[in-house]
Design a protein around this ligand. Structure first.
Ligand code: ZN
Length: 164
């Protein structure tokens, strides 16, 4: 089932998501729907808050080895000192992108859809995607990482594009 994607004007995107207590059939269905929704929207990552559910879950589908992940209750264990810049976009802010600098690699622990603890060491685009989605769970958007002046410019650009 395709879900509606929450967009920038919704304050929900600034809310902190809650831990998943039990991976029940409702969560399994939500994750499947999130994949369908991400695929249709041609995204590489989607968090539950973006479909209106404040739970600490995100999915990724980055075109690189190991790039397809279901991530529940993630904990970031390590970030590299080396950083890199990627031009990021977000399904919740369609039409807008910005250069964001983040650590080049990330080590993350999380539960998979079977409730099994996983540890992934990610680099390049997957590392960026994981950090972008992890931020969503804490109510942070990629534009929040921009210089305040550039952020305002991007928000105005978004409003203009979408006639808000
Ligand atoms: Zn996003």
């Amino acid at each position: 089932m395709i879900l509606d994607i929450v967009t920038l004007n919704d304050q929900m995107l600034h809310s902190k998501s809650e831990e998943v207590k039990e991976i029940d059939t409702e969560i399994v269905k939500l994750v499947k729907d999130m994949y369908d929704t991400m695929e249709l929207a041609k995204g590489v990552g989607l968090s539950a808050v973006q479909v209106g559910v404040l739970k600490r879950i995100f999915v990724t589908d980055v075109p690189q080895k190991g790039g397809k992940l279901v991530v529940i209750n993630p904990v970031i264990k390590d970030l590299s000192e080396k950083r890199r810049v990627y031009e990021e976009g977000c399904l919740s802010i369609p039409g807008i992108s910005g250069d964001i600098e983040r650590p080049d690699t990330v080590v993350i622990e999380f539960l998979d859809i079977r409730g099994k603890l996983q540890r992934v060491h990610a680099n390049s685009l997957l590392a960026t995607c994981i950090q972008h989605e992890f931020d969503h769970l804490n109510g942070i958007l990629f534009i929040d990482k921009l210089d305040p002046e550039i952020k305002l410019k991007k928000i105005n650009e978004y409003r203009k594009q979408h006639r808000l």
